[in-house]
Design a protein around this ligand. Structure first.
Ligand code: NDP
Length: 305
């Protein structure tokens, strides 16, 4: 059976299964990448205020000529805006040049307190991140529910939330998050978190599906073997893995050939999926992104302090 091109969110809306990532897409590159992607089969763009390029992403959307209503745009509330979600959202909407988002995510379950060192990545005098550990994430979620109910965003969700954090949020939520966007690939399959989210109707989105900068996961021999067997590139295996598993996938590229090839999703056999799902348990477990937020975020493999 051909892999799905869309999944259904718990709001009832359709979300395209492959979206273009935009982290580390430099100004001068991302406008062209977004426009090219939208003209060549993509209809889903993943953005964030902290990426510092939402303005260009918005220009790329306009350049493409594709009507706004045919594009699924996600962006993320940055940590410094947790106490004022409406304000953070407005910055994003202004930069993107749109009056609504299809999906808005809390980028991390972490509040950073801006100070004179930086508006977005503040540090304390001793160099540690300026984190407000007492901040209640359910208050951020309450404000997310407000902008959702006001119609400024069509769905709300979270990113980088572990089971303990979701369990805590569940005590207060009146709107169930539509999505949890996390690092996800065969070396970090997060089986327990996937089961929890499936049970609660929360769709997973896979970030860093190729292993982030330089796509290091493509050189793993097990991935290469499955690619060879299916006569596709290792990137196609890593991307297809998620769609076959029921998760959205967000490969980033600013290269036209790679943008096109990354939109190819194949059906993987049960046997291939079993191999991919088992790699981490066979000693290959690996997390690539661990920002120095300085405490345990509740993931089993996360460093503890
Ligand atoms: P990816 O795993 O998508 O890898 C991107 C890297 O792979 C780039 O160096 C890119 O280079 C290269 N690449 C892309 N396609 C190919 C290909 N077919 N063959 C060889 N190399 C390739 O990394 P990201 O970390 O960027 O994750 C994807 C997206 O997920 C982000 O852009 C962002 O939108 C989101 N994200 C969200 C996070 C969160 O906290 N919520 C955290 C991290 C990411 P080139 O551009 O030159 O092709």
């Amino acid at each position: 059976m051909a892999p799905s091109t869309h999944f259904k969110l718990n709001t009832g809306a359709q979300i395209p299964t492959v979206g273009l990532g935009t982290w580390r897409s430099e100004p001068g590159q991302v406008r062209q990448a977004v426009s090219f992607a939208l003209k060549n089969g993509y209809s889903h763009i993943d953005a964030a205020l902290i990426y510092g390029n939402e303005h260009e992403v918005g220009q790329g959307v306009k350049d493409s000529g594709v009507p706004r209503e045919n594009i699924f745009i996600t962006s993320k509330l940055w940590n410094t805006h947790q106490p004022n979600v409406g304000e953070g959202l407005q910055k994003t909407l202004d930069a993107l040049g749109t009056d609504y988002l299809d999906l808005y995510l809390i980028h991390w379950p972490v509040r950073l307190v801006p100070n004179e060192s930086s508006a977005l990545l503040p540090v304390n005098p001793d160099g540690t991140r300026s984190i407000d550990r007492s901040w209640d994430q359910s208050e951020t979620w309450r404000q997310m529910e407000e902008v959702y109910k006001a119609g400024r965003v069509k769905a709300i969700g979270v990113a980088n939330w572990s089971i303990p954090y979701l369990e805590e949020l569940k005590r207060k939520w009146t709107v169930v998050p539509a999505v949890n966007q996390i690092e996800l690939h065969p070396f970090l399959p997060q089986h327990a978190l996937k089961d929890w989210c499936d049970k609660h109707g929360i769709l997973l989105e896979a970030y860093s599906p190729l292993g982030s900068e330089g796509a290091p996961l493509m050189s793993d021999p097990a991935i290469q073997q499955i690619a060879k067997k299916n006569d596709v590139s290792p990137a196609t295996v890593l991307i297809s893995y998620h769609v076959n598993r029921g998760a959205v996938v967000l490969p980033k590229s600013i290269n036209e050939n790679r943008i096109v090839s990354n939109s190819q999703v194949i059906a993987l056999s049960r046997e291939d999926m079993d191999v991919l799902n088992g790699l981490a348990a066979q000693g290959k477990a690996k997390r690539i992104n661990t920002p120095l937020f300085g405490w345990d975020l509740g993931f089993d493999d996360w460093y503890k302090q």
